[in-house]
Design a protein around this ligand. Structure first.
Ligand SMILES: Cc1cc2nc3c(=O)[nH]c(=O)nc-3n(C[C@H](O)[C@H](O)[C@H](O)COP(=O)(O)OP(=O)(O)OC[C@H]3O[C@@H](n4cnc5c(N)ncnc54)[C@H](O)[C@@H]3O)c2cc1C
Length: 406
């Protein structure tokens, strides 16, 4: 496939006093919704407002793992469609997103873990998603550097391999989507912070920003872990718990790890990039508000977990470390909804540490919802009022999941 050279990914545009739709947040979800509003629905008078820069939030800080081995039957089809969308986006956006279909190996450290994985594999199989259950020896055949002895704190008893999963390059994804949206007429405004939302008579009228007010009949809150504070501006409370997830990158090494490896008991997930660096994400820390602060203690725990799983990493240099904010809902499934009593107010948030992979596919359906005013059928389970109605989704034990009590 040939990639034409583009000088500038997105155009600078004047900030208008009115747009048909405003999207708050320049991450993978906001940019995807903007891209599909313009591409699929011809809505071009759309602005993405980003308080810092494109990819400042979770979308530029994640470990970019994509997979469809969820547990809840409501989420699996969405993620499965999402996985298939990436290769099409690469050619359509004309940006190399570095999609690496290496497969995801999720480890079990107890019989209970294994039972969870069996359930996830069975749910996936029922809906056409390939995953297979392995014993510990077969796990080591896939990843020979794994220590499957009794030495580690959490010995490996088996696992689940999910061949369709893999990784992408996260910043290429946000830049590519920004490029695709901008080419179709969407205005992308960085350094533009939303400070208020004006709702009158149950209808969205305008947003206040650091650069002045903007009139609009539609607002999408796609601000990742900041979504709760933005929803509050319209008087909407989101049931989320704020955490930060730490991540690190090692020095480049010879290729030794062919798949993503995820170990929920530590918790830790890791992969080796095409450049040879080992990327890993580890235990989350509770925060009262969205934060990008990096702490030493979780990084220390993450380094320890890595050497427990892959002892060959002992003594390897850590080159960079960072953290990203995540917002966890009680059932670890997102909120993708329009507000029942505020016309023109849409939400796409609560993605925890698993919202990167779903950005484009959810953006596609959210754009349909915003343009046509009717909620697509597959978004119905992700309503905000499920928490009041005790209709929680069964994602809490998802293979990559963390207990909110971690
Ligand atoms: C360390 C780490 C590892 C992860 N690993 C994975 C993974 O492997 N796979 C996966 O699928 N997911 C992963 N995730 C989760 C994933 O990154 C997020 O779920 C996803 O990026 C959320 O995207 P978003 O577009 O909704 O939000 P974000 O990318 O967070 O974007 C929100 C944007 O809103 C902006 N904003 C905030 N407030 C305002 C305001 N008032 N006005 C204007 N703009 C505002 C922010 O600056 C930000 O750029 C990980 C997350 C972290 C932190």
């Amino acid at each position: 496939m040939l990639f034409k050279r583009d000088r500038r990914f997105w155009k600078r545009a004047p900030l208008q006093s009115e747009y048909d739709a405003i999207i708050i947040g320049g991450g993978v979800h906001g940019l995807s919704a903007a891209f599909f509003l313009a591409r699929n629905h011809g809505m071009k008078n759309v602005a993405v407002l980003e308080k810092r820069y494109i990819g400042y939030g979770g979308s530029g800080r994640n470990t970019a793992i994509v997979r469809a081995n969820q547990r809840a039957p409501e989420t699996i089809p969405l993620y499965a469609e999402g996985l298939k969308l990436w290769p099409r986006l690469i050619s359509e956006l004309n940006v190399n997103l570095l999609f690496f279909n290496c497969g995801v190996l999720t480890l079990a450290h107890s019989e209970a873990d294994l039972a969870e994985l069996r359930l996830a594999a069975a749910s996936g199989k029922f809906l056409g998603i390939e995953s297979r259950i392995l014993d510990s020896r077969s796990c080591r055949e896939l990843a020979p550097a794994l220590d499957i002895s009794d030495r580690p704190r959490h010995p490996i008893v088996g696992g689940m391999f999910h061949p369709p999963g893999g990784t992408l390059r996260h910043d290429a994804v946000v830049w590519g989507l920004a490029k695709g949206a901008s080419r179709r007429g969407v205005h992308i405004h960085q350094n533009t912070e939303v400070t208020g939302i004006d709702v009158q008579g149950g209808t969205v009228k305008s947003v206040e920003t650091s650069r002045g007010p903007i009139r609009t009949p539609r607002v999408l809150v796609a601000a990742g872990a900041w979504s709760a504070e933005i929803a509050e501006m319209a008087g909407v409370a989101l049931p989320v718990r704020m955490m930060t997830a730490p991540a690190l990158v090692t020095q480049p090494l010879k290729p030794f790890l062919n798949h993503v490896v995820s170990a929920g008991a530590y918790p830790c997930y890791t992969n080796q990039t095409l450049k040879g660096e080992v990327v890993a994400c580890g235990p989350m820390v509770f925060r009262p508000r969205a934060s990008t602060q990096t702490d030493a203690e979780p990084l220390q725990r993450l380094s320890w977990a890595l050497t427990e799983l892959l002892p060959c990493l002992t003594g390897v240099k850590m080159m960079r470390a960072w953290a990203g904010p995540v917002d966890l809902t009680p059932d670890m499934a997102p909120v993708i909804d329009g507000h029942d009593s505020i016309q023109g107010f849409f939400l796409d948030c609560g993605w925890g540490d698993f919202g990167f992979k779903s950005g484009p596919v959810v953006g596609k359906y959210m754009a349909q919802f915003m343009a046509e005013g009717k909620k697509p059928k597959n978004l119905i389970p992700f309503s905000l009022n499920r928490f009041q109605e005790y209709r929680l989704l069964g994602e809490a034990s998802t293979p990559h999941g963390y207990s909110p009590a971690e």
